[in-house]
Design a binder for this molecule. Structure first.
Ligand code: PLP
Length: 374
């Protein structure tokens, strides 16, 4: 029996080392890591710049709490909102916490409590974020949930219209549902959301925990839509493997989080901030963003050539292969062949290489994918 709770269905692989896209297990077997620790390792494993950042910071200062001012947090916040319509940042430790902050912000700012979310969404495992999540399997057994979420089908304009009234504080969505099947918001649905938010004075929360930080080929995935969120939540790719989350908001929200209204002991910890700044100094560069888009196009081209009967979905380096069958056996087969993958919903294989992946590694991954899928 394990000393751990059984809440993860762990695969029988013990990874002990990583470099770039390659990880090695305790038997010396190498794998191409196309999970990136679930969209986390933006710069791959053991990137020299991150290793240096954490080494340097670890010799200076590990932790201060938020009792004291932090020019490093200020700089990271300014980098996150630079050239956007957003103005302020709150740092925390995870995606769920970022969404909790967003929910609290929306409630306090509007004085209302209803938030619209979507089926197949994923927003995290804490009580508020779980209640927001549009998947029964995640909520089952934990009720009664927070009652203030109205969950409607994704990309369904009449269904959305039907739940809008004067009680609604916010609409919360992922522009690409990462866990739910790599489902993209349609341009028509995005336009409908933009119109409703403008007409009804409803806040828009975009959960970019998975899609943000250049994963989808732009700094934030909302940039590829007409949407202008009031609040954006981040985590996964921001720390490149070190835990950090963030909530970004517009200038109008500034006074809502007055001193004492919200907080966390660890959020914006100096180690996390040093690493995240290093991640952004790389992945927000125009050249880097262009390279992600080039690799995405290359990957898409190779996948379409190798798997002509499969539908390929997603954007940037958050891609998915839609399959007829349950994909868990395929994920195991790929692992045996040396390619680590993760599913998205029951029928989609998710492809999340580090943003630093090479075209040779993409070729190798496509070879393995075509051998297991055809
Ligand atoms: C992973 C994820 C979360 C939850 O993040 P945690 O760090 O696991 O709490 C929330 N939203 C989305 C879109 C995610 O992909």
């Amino acid at each position: 029996m394990s000393a751990l709770f059984q809440n993860y269905a762990r695969r029988p692989v013990h990874l002990v080392q990583g470099k770039g896209t390659i990880v090695t297990d305790d038997t010396g077997k190498e794998y191409l890591d196309f999970t990136s620790g679930i969209a986390v390792l933006s710069l791959g494993h053991a990137h020299p710049a991150i290793v240096e950042a954490i080494q340097q910071q670890s010799e200076k200062l590990w932790h201060t709490s938020n009792l004291f001012e932090s020019p490093e947090q200020e700089k990271l916040a300014a980098t996150l909102v630079e050239d956007t319509h957003l103005a302020h940042v709150f740092f925390c430790n995870s995606g769920a916490e970022a969404n909790e902050a967003a929910i609290k912000m929306a409630r306090k700012h509007t004085g209302k409590h209803v938030i619209i979310t979507f089926e197949k969404s994923f927003h995290g495992r804490t009580f508020g974020a779980m209640s927001a999540t549009g998947q029964d399997k995640i909520r089952q057994g934990f009720g009664p949930l927070l009652e203030t979420f109205r969950t409607v089908p994704f990309n369904d304009i009449p269904a959305l219209d039907a739940v809008i009234d004067d009680e609604v504080a916010a609409i919360m969505l992922e522009v690409i549902q990462g866990e739910g099947g790599v489902n993209q918001v349609t341009p028509a649905f995005a336009q409908a959301i933009a119109d409703i938010c403008a007409q009804k004075d409803i806040l828009l929360i975009i959960d970019e925990v998975q899609t943000g930080i250049t994963r989808t080929g732009t700094r934030y995935a909302y940039e590829q839509t007409v949407l202008k969120p009031d609040i954006v939540t981040l985590a996964k790719g921001l720390g490149g493997g070190f835990p950090i989350g963030a909530m970004l908001g517009t200038g109008e929200l500034y006074d809502t989080f007055s001193p004492g209204t919200h907080g966390t002991t660890f959020g914006g910890n100096p180690l996390a901030v040093a690493v995240a700044q290093t991640v952004l100094d790389n992945v927000f560069q125009t050249e880097f963003i262009n390279s992600v888009n080039e690799k995405s196009e290359y990957f898409l081209g190779k996948l379409k050539e190798a798997l002509p009967t499969h539908k390929i979905v997603g954007s940037g380096l958050l891609l998915g292969i839609a399959c007829e069958e349950d994909v868990s056996a395929l994920v195991t087969k790929a692992e045996q062949a040396g390619l680590l993958l993760v599913s998205a919903g029951p029928n989609v294989i998710r492809l999340l290489p580090p943003l630093t992946v090479t075209t040779e590694e993409i070729d190798q991954a496509v070879d393995i994918l075509s051998s297991i899928l055809i």
